[in-house]
Design a binder for this molecule. Structure first.
Ligand code: OAD
Length: 233
């Protein structure tokens, strides 16, 4: 078994690609001719809530398609966490629930969760698997037209940052999986871990924006490189 005592794993859309969920930058990052970064903002939601809700309603529907399920990469991470005697933290930029489906426990979904809705009136967060519509009422305060996806939009603060920063301070191994490493603050986590003395590893289909800066890198499909890497650790 490994000598590492404190492992932080960061995942991105690439870990869920083989589950049938498109990554963000695969199709040029466009949706209905608009950059995803222009749809996923508080300003876009204020200007055209129905348009932004539609984007997330379609993604939620896709996530709930029976053919979309966890894959061997999600399973390998959950199994490793269960058998590891040290501290294991999974930070994911993904808003799907596939890591949770696989059984990952100590997980920080820093960009929010598609299967939750947040009320902008009372700030409560609830489980949500249907479309969010203009007439949808908050289950907590009953307010209508106040629900938004529980998603961190561009310009908003990611969730769980203090827990993530603490884990990055303590870790001796940092593994980045299936992310293009272009969206901050997640794109900077490898460097923070490196400054704190951790070994850094990239597992991805191809070198990411910071690929050359990792101590080690293994390239290929997540369903192959992730189980291989954690089996050998
Ligand atoms: P991207 O779409 O930017 O990057 C996905 C990465 O996964 C790329 O580097 C691909 O090469 C890699 N990849 C694709 N298929 C793979 C496979 N089968 N196995 C392994 N790797 C594969 O997605 P993210 O980096 O996750 O933010 O994007 C970061 C954030 O940008 C997202 O969380 C989202 C988006 O805008 C918000 O919504 C706030």
């Amino acid at each position: 078994m490994t000598d590492y005592k404190n492992i932080v794993v960061l995942t991105g859309a690439g870990v869920s690609a083989e589950s049938g969920l498109q990554t963000f930058r695969d199709n040029g990052g466009l949706w209905e001719g608009q950059r995803v970064e222009d749809v996923a903002t508080p300003e876009a939601f204020a200007a055209n809530p129905a348009f932004v809700q539609k984007f997330y309603n379609l993604r939620r529907q896709q996530l709930l398609t029976p053919s979309v399920t966890r894959n061997a990469a999600h399973d390998a991470l959950a199994a490793f966490e269960q058998s590891f005697l040290g501290e294991f933290t999974l930070v994911t930029q993904n808003v799907d629930n596939l890591h949770q489906q696989a059984g990952s426990k100590n997980i920080f979904p820093m960009h929010g969760e598609l299967l939750k809705a947040r009320c902008v009136s009372c700030d409560s967060v609830c489980e949500w698997s249907d479309d969010i519509l203009a007439e949808s009422a908050c289950g907590h305060c009953g307010c209508r037209a106040s629900l938004r996806p529980h998603i961190v939009w561009f310009g908003e603060m990611p969730l769980y940052m203090s827990g993530i920063e603490e884990a990055l301070e303590r870790c001796d191994l940092f593994v980045s999986i299936g992310t293009s490493s272009v969206v901050y603050p997640a794109a900077g986590f490898a460097q923070v871990a490196h400054y704190n003395g951790a070994t850094t590893v990239e597992l991805n289909l191809e070198p990411s924006a910071h690929g050359s800066k990792f101590d080690k890198a293994y390239y290929g499909l997540a369903t192959q490189v992730v189980p291989n890497f954690f089996a050998k650790l």
